[in-house]
Ligand binder design. Sequence first.
Ligand code: PGA
Length: 258
Amino acid sequence: MATRTKIAAANWKMHKTAAAGHTFLQELAAESVLARLDQENRMLLFVPFITLPGALSLIDPKMLGAQNFHEAPQGAYTGEISLPMLKDLGLGSVLVGHSERRHVFGESLDQIAAKTSAALQQGWQTILCVGETLEEREAEDTEKILRQQLDTALKGVLNDPTVALSNLIVAYEPVWAIGTGKTATPEMAQSAHKTIREILNQIRIAAGDTVPVLYGGSVKPDNAAELMAEIDIDGVLVGGASLQLDSWTAIVAAVTAA
Ligand code: PGA
């Protein structure tokens, strides 16, 4: 079986001023757990835009990513940030399709497809988030929703064999588990991750075996290790518990030890 990179990704969302973020990153940079990071064990930090410029002096830009972007390179899009602007800062990673973008900001499947295509075509490491709502899970539609979200997001790059899926990371984030304290059990997460791999294998040969698939939704220091013990879970995408240094470093330690 393919060895996949293990990834601990933090999504700060709209938390911390630039000054507070700077202090956090200064302290994080001094943490011993960072010594465990290498090609096989990686950390990614999705911080607010205003925190990014200052963060570059503290953290390797390869570890920093943007929570959002517009798919056009430039234009009359008030309030938006483009991929070339982020590239100019030295960043290499973006989040796409987060459930808050889908459900709070109403991003459509087509918009998420346009963003995913733009990011992958331009060589960005792209974390594509997918996941079902509680109603969809209760209606036993989880697989259908995951298939729809993956198929539509990746359709733009499917017919273009020059676009490497080696830059793709998928995050399974059941909507009912995000910020609610309700984590999917390791068995539930494992089952969804296996389904995601099967769908990815149908989209492109062997993609399911090589693309890292992260779990997100109320990950905490006390459940990270049991989630990481599942065969198809390659890492975590963490919101709330990434905001405190002690809980975040404990989660990074659990991921890199798995
Ligand atoms: P949470 O958020 O860890 O606070 O549940 C996860 C996410 O939204 O990525």
